[in-house]
Design a protein around this ligand. Structure first.
Ligand code: ADP
Length: 314
């Protein structure tokens, strides 16, 4: 898969605040990467740097093979960016605004009409060409924000908190649109909403206090599971450890265990059968998934605890 973003060892200081601290981010064609973190984690700063609107204090950003600092024009051609506060001019119609966005992107005059129509089509704005942006709902205004980000058909789309302030239906529609766009673009989106990452992303990177604290494929995360086992007549621990599909056993208390192993959940019925055959008196066998929520809490409950706002969205 072609590498669309290769950002390494990024730092950003604001006076004494070390907002981004040695962060590295990769994005491949076909990725929808969720940057997840509590408020103040450094997500916006990171996205501004990746989009070329904020200079890093240190680090390197390569966009589709171009160095963003040394070849900014070439690199920025491949990036579409929706900031957390979309740069909309409410007194313009959708068409006027998108034409303006196209001119800012230096799209040749002869191509503006067709690219604008394509962007509108893809964002479900076909019927709103002449509507003043101020008269659109918040959800449709966000679509216009996304349309301006894709008008020049960039390889990478960077979306900063794309569903903030939307109602649940609008949120769902924008998430659907992001999934659609993900078929043709690499996407990075930031959010502090866990279900958003679960609904939309194939990769997740958790950021806390400016650092990347966790980075995984969502598929891998799903596989990160254990079996919880409660037995009324438990055997010696070794007997559980000897089960073929089990790689390790954690004893929480006598008779209560967590079993680890590759694809362990596939072996639930075989393990329960063993318990019955050996007379261990099974009282519970259940999957224990290590959810994104648990990981998020684990990695972001440092000395400051869970940052303001993040807990509200669980
Ligand atoms: P997030 O998007 O995760 O909420 P930000 O990148 O906005 O995080 O902020 C990271 C840290 O940098 C915070 O402590 C914030 O207060 C600080 N910060 C962000 N922008 C500025 C700025 N322009 N001037 C000073 N401090 C800033």
């Amino acid at each position: 898969m072609p590498q669309l973003i290769n950002a390494s060892n990024l730092h950003r200081y604001y006076a004494d605040t070390h907002a981004v601290n040695d962060l590295s981010i990769d994005l491949q064609q076909g990725d929808i990467l969720g940057l997840l973190g509590p408020n103040g984690a450094g997500k916006s700063s990171c996205m501004q740097m990746l989009s070329g609107t904020l200079a890093p204090s240190a680090g390197e950003i390569i966009i589709n093979g171009f160095d963003l600092l040394e070849q900014p024009n070439e690199a920025r051609r491949h990036i579409g960016y929706l900031p957390d506060k979309p740069p909309l001019y409410e007194e313009l119609t959708v068409d006027e605004y998108l034409d303006y966005a196209a001119r800012l992107r230096r799209i040749p005059k002869s191509e503006i009409h067709s690219l604008r129509e394509q962007a509108k089509q893809r964002c479900g704005l076909g019927e709103f060409s002449r509507r003043l942006i101020s008269n659109l709902s918040k959800g449709y205004q966000q679509r216009v924000g996304i349309a301006q980000a894709i008008i020049h058909q960039p390889k990478v789309i960077i979306l900063d908190e794309p569903t903030v302030g939307l109602d649940p239906i609008q949120m769902q529609e924008i998430r659907k649109l992001i999934c659609e766009l993900g078929k043709q673009h690499g996407i990075i989106l930031s959010t502090h909403i866990l279900p958003e990452v679960q609904a939309v992303c194939n990769r997740v990177q958790i950021i806390y206090q400016g650092k990347s604290v966790f980075n995984s494929d969502m598929d891998q995360l799903q596989k990160n599971s254990q079996i919880r086992l409660r037995l009324k007549h438990p055997p010696e621990l070794q007997n559980l450890q000897n089960i073929d599909s089990v790689s390790s056993v954690t004893e929480i208390e006598p008779g209560h265990y967590l079993l680890d192993g590759e694809d362990i959940l596939q072996h639930t019925s075989e393990i329960s059968q063993l318990c019955v055959e050996n007379g261990w008196q099974l009282s519970e066998i259940s999957p224990q998934r290590n959810t994104l929520e648990q990981l998020f809490m684990q990695f972001t409950s440092g000395e400051q605890g869970l940052a303001e706002g993040a807990a509200d969205d669980f």
